[in-house]
Design a protein around this ligand. Structure first.
Ligand code: ADP
Ligand code: MG
Length: 313
């Protein structure tokens, strides 16, 4: 099987939304309805850096698209289309079938159409670009936090990092923990429903402690975060409190949404949480004074949590 058969067999479907999809030099997208704008994001997954080459191909397909959809969720954008660029060390059909299945299942769940890509031989590397739509000026940006906003986070934190550390130390990995690491859920519906409720929003990929700093910097504000309020899942309750806190603050790969909202939105947000079946937890307050302060039951505690940085070592 060659490159073009591979694309035809695994990554080509009839066009649905796009004016022209896989097969020509470019895809063609129709105009957006008036009052809408494109939200576009790219994320690359590199073997041995973001995943191990022996990960289940279906899970890899899922995650490669999920981390991109998570960026659309963070902007309050609705997924429309994506491109898929991949380097493969060889053509392994069972692997490709699994990988494609993982991608298509998630793409179909969100009505997101594969419109093109690139396929080449090389060390395993997956790069996806997603295209979403959002009403003009309603995107949830990082620079929109306001003093006195509440700081909220969805779901639970630290599960993926806990799963990773179990894997790295060759300990048994409960199915639920593996799924948090390998099959994250992009919070698309939450992102859409946060439009008009939240001010600033971002998704958590490198750990709350580091990611939040980017949002604060972009908005020119500070925050006080109450460590005792960080939401962690029941499976982490067996861990010492300090380790649990560290996982929740510095663990990457959560793909939950971190957002700020005015205090008068608390009730609406709790209703939304119940509606979606996704916990939303208030973990702190935005301050006029720049800087990030951590509190433990109201008392400031020294804590320095950098997010993950590929070039920091
Ligand atoms: P070109 O040489 O013009 O860049 P290619 O030969 O790389 O085009 O690709 C042929 C067609 O297949 C293009 O429409 C491209 O978008 C699509 N394509 C290539 N790889 C993939 C892939 N992994 N998934 C989806 N579409 C792909
Ligand atoms: Mg090409």
């Amino acid at each position: 099987m060659g490159e073009f058969d591979l694309i035809a067999r695994y990554f080509t479907r009839p066009c649905r939304d796009a004016a022209l999809g896989v097969g020509d030099d470019c895809a063609l997208l129709g105009a957006l309805p008036t009052g809408m704008q494109w939200a576009i994001s790219t994320d690359m997954l590199v073997s041995d850096r973001h995943f191990w080459a022996d990960v289940e191909p279906q899970a890899l397909g899922h995650k490669a698209l999920a981390v991109n959809l998570s960026d659309l969720a963070a902007m309050g954008a609705r997924p429309r289309a994506f491109t898929l660029a991949m380097a493969l060390p060889e053509i392994n059909e069972p692997w490709l079938a699994g990988f494609a299945q993982g991608i298509w299942a998630l793409a179909d769940e969100h009505g997101c159409e594969l419109i093109g890509g690139d396929t080449t031989r090389g060390p395993l590397n997956i790069c996806i670009t997603v295209f979403g739509e959002v009403p003009t000026l309603q995107a949830l940006r990082r620079d929109a936090a306001q003093a006195n906003d509440d700081v909220w986070v969805s779901g639970t934190l630290g599960d993926a990092a806990w799963a990773l550390s179990l894997m790295q130390s060759s300990q048994p990995l409960p199915a639920e923990a593996r799924s948090r690491l390998e099959r994250p859920t992009p919070r698309i519906e939450l992102g859409l429903r946060l439009r008009g409720l939240a001010h600033a929003c971002m998704d958590l990929s490198d750990g709350l402690g580091g990611d939040l700093k980017h949002l604060l910097q972009a908005s020119g504000v500070g925050a006080a975060i109450e460590l005792s309020q960080l939401p962690t899942s029941p499976s982490l309750q067996i861990l010492p409190a300090e380790l649990r806190r560290n996982l929740a603050l510095s663990g990457g790969d959560d793909y939950e949404l971190l957002f700020t909202a005015a205090p008068n939105k608390r009730e609406a947000l709790q209703v939304l949480a119940a509606d979606l079946g996704v916990p939303l937890t208030r973990i702190g307050t935005i301050t006029r004074k720049p800087g990030l302060v951590f509190l433990d039951h109201g008392t400031p505690v020294p804590a320095e949590f950098g997010g993950y940085d590929h070039f920091s070592i």
